[in-house]
Design a protein around this ligand. Structure first.
Ligand code: AMP
Length: 147
């Protein structure tokens, strides 16, 4: 029998759009235990037949939705909706109320990153990642961080 320490990681992905669906598929392929939440039922069409995780069609801003997803048992919560405020709100709930060990939020506006850092929420900022990837493609990687 698996102990709490060595049981499979349980991961909740909020938003099943372009980013969330892709992430959920990758995690499912890696045999992780994953549930993906989206308020739009059509969003789940993005998941392939191979996706073996769960889906919940509901607004993830509602506490009831997060409880249905068993947020109190989650090891990781990733917020990937298309709205920074929504992502931050859910990430804060996950971190402060449900003490989820690892919380990562999609963040469109790079200047808001310090706020998340202060709250202990990791961010994934596609704008910065894209700029860095483009820089590396154009001039190589040895020119220091983007600031
Ligand atoms: P995308 O920008 O393509 O990655 O899509 C973002 C996804 O987040 C869409 O499928 C939206 O329906 C979903 N979304 C936005 N707000 C919420 C919310 N409050 N609860 C659940 N899903 C949401």
């Amino acid at each position: 029998m698996k102990t709490k320490q060595d049981r499979d990681e349980y991961i909740i992905v909020i938003g099943c759009g372009r980013l969330g669906s892709h992430l959920a598929r990758l995690l499912s392929k890696a045999r992780k235990s994953v549930v993906v939440i989206d308020k739009d039922e059509h969003a789940f069409h993005r998941l392939s037949d191979e996706y073996s995780g769960f889906t919940i069609e509901a607004d993830a801003v509602e506490i009831d939705t997060l409880l249905r997803a068993k947020i109190d048992k989650a090891d990781v919560v990733v917020t990937t909706t298309n709205d920074d405020n929504t992502n931050l709100m859910i990430a804060q709930i996950a971190k402060t109320i449900y003490k989820v060990p690892k919380v990562i939020a999609r963040l469109f506006e790079p200047s808001r990153q310090p706020v998340y850092e202060e709250l202990g929420i990791d961010t994934l900022c596609p704008t910065i990642l894209s700029a860095e990837a483009l820089r590396n493609t154009i001039i190589g990687e040895e020119t220091g961080d983007l600031e």
